[in-house]
Design a protein around this ligand. Structure first.
Ligand code: HAM
Length: 420
């Protein structure tokens, strides 16, 4: 649709958002269908939470010191004076829904997936949008590192099923509330010693959450960070064992990965396992998916003490790497001429649709020749000819456009012909 804004300029989509048009949307549908199929093989069920949430959810869940909460949220006050946010990520919504509906009491495995839009007010660039789409999975109530490995294996299987190659899987452990404070303190001390070589953002992170310095893209900060202490040396015995077992399971699954000690992820809630799948040929926005374990979120929400783990995959980034060509759909185009024929053509279109055949009929009053031209241009597989003569006799002509052949018959006969 096009229109004009108050300034008289043509209206366009909001900066950082995009339309997914027919021709592209078929690839999205294919990816979505494959994703659902695969996740359901692993026992996941779909959960659909609202796009808008109370702002507080992300302050508590995503974390006060994250870029998302400090800079990137679409937040507004609604007419009732509530602070509302367009969700920037999905994980806190799932945790909220579990606490709200006490899904933990149902006794079914808490494995959920979702596909839908997220919103972050960041500077748009290739691979980074203000409205983007995530495939998200979350599992609750399972501490065993075998699950951490299964989730990474499932992500790997999905990328393989979609034909995405040449990615790298990075894994790390960011410890827990018992062992991370000592690491943060050591990191803060080292960062303080070289603070004049760090960017303003990192100097702030030094105070609020020094781990996040590892996330900085500024080269001078990265250079400093390379010499900073690593979390691995600070892990408590429980986190160390969990990480070792996770890696042993990954080996058993045959998933190739690299231990990246700088992989801290941009969200505050992670404990123990973190992972990302990156495409190293893709420049700065190279993470196709990322996730990890978050064992404290649910109890921080005032809910039961239930651990969680999951990941989210960016669909725009994934689809940009796909060479999928959707199959052309085969459909019937009905041409008609004259009032009685038009009425019969409408009935026949309904008849073929009921029979499971995609059918297009248009009403512009064009000539037969013109309608045939149109059917060819649209790529119809068959054309059904409904003239006054055919209508009177009840016998219609069906043209196979690729073969150039034409057969006549009653509608039932023609329908079984196109179905076979
Ligand atoms: P995240 O790393 O913030 O994690 O986002 C996951 C993925 O979403 C990224 O790897 C990227 O592919 C995509 N993505 C993020 N921001 C944008 C953007 N502005 N434009 C396009 N794509 C983007 C999370 O969101 C966590 N909730 C993942 C998780 C689930 N952890 C545990 N469970």
């Amino acid at each position: 649709m096009s229109g004009e804004g108050p300034s008289g300029r043509a209206l366009t989509a909001v900066k950082g958002t995009h339309d997914i048009l027919p021709g592209e949307v078929e690839v999205w549908q294919k990816v979505e269908a494959e994703t659902k199929r695969l996740f359901e093989l692993y026992g996941y069920k779909e959960m659909r939470a609202p796009i808008i949430e109370p702002t507080e959810l992300f302050h508590k869940g995503t974390g006060e010191t994250t870029d998302i909460v400090t800079k990137e949220m679409y937040t507004f006050e609604d007419k009732g004076g509530r602070s509302i946010t367009l969700r920037p990520e999905y994980t806190p919504s799932v945790a909220r829904a579990i606490v709200e509906h006490r899904l933990d009491l149902l006794g079914t495995p808490m494995r959920y997936y979702y596909i839908g839009p997220m919103f972050r007010y960041d500077k748009p660039q290739k691979g980074r949008y203000r409205q983007f789409h995530q495939v998200d999975v979350e599992v609750f109530g399972e501490k065993d590192p075998a699950l951490d490995a299964e989730i990474v294996e499932m992500a790997d299987a999905l990328l393989k099923a979609l034909g995405i190659a040449e990615t790298e899987t990075l894994v790390n452990s960011v410890g827990c509330r018992a062992c991370r404070p000592a690491f943060s303190a050591a990191l803060r001390e080292r960062a303080l010693a070289v603070q004049d070589k760090l960017c303003i953002d990192c100097r702030r992170k030094m105070e609020t959450n020094p781990l996040r310095i590892f996330d900085c893209k500024v080269e001078s900060c990265r250079e400093q960070a390379r010499a900073f202490p690593k979390i691995t040396g600070f892990l408590c015995p429980e986190c160390r064992e969990h990480f070792a077992a996770f890696r042993a399971h990954l080996d058993r699954y045959g998933v190739a990965y690299r231990h990246d000690e700088n992989l801290v992820r941009g969200l505050d809630y992670y404990t123990k396992t973190t992972f990302e799948v990156v495409d190293n040929s893709a420049g700065q926005q190279n993470a196709i998916l990322g996730g990890g374990r978050y064992d404290d979120m649910m109890k921080d929400f005032g809910g039961p003490d239930i651990c969680g783990i999951g990941f989210a995959m960016g669909l725009e980034r994934l689809i940009a790497r796909l060479a999928l060509k959707p199959e052309a759909r085969r459909f019937l185009y009905v041409v008609h001429q004259g009032e009685a024929a038009k009425a019969r053509a409408i009935e026949l279109a309904r008849f073929f649709r009921r029979g499971g055949i995609e059918t297009v009929i248009e009403f512009g009053g064009r000539s037969f020749k013109n309608q045939f031209g149109r059917a060819g241009k649209l790529g119809a597989a068959w054309v059904l000819i409904v003239g006054e003569d055919e209508t009177a006799k009840g016998i219609f002509q069906l043209k196979d456009m690729a073969a150039g052949t034409q057969v006549g018959g009653a509608p039932e006969v023609l329908l079984s012909g196109v179905r076979s």
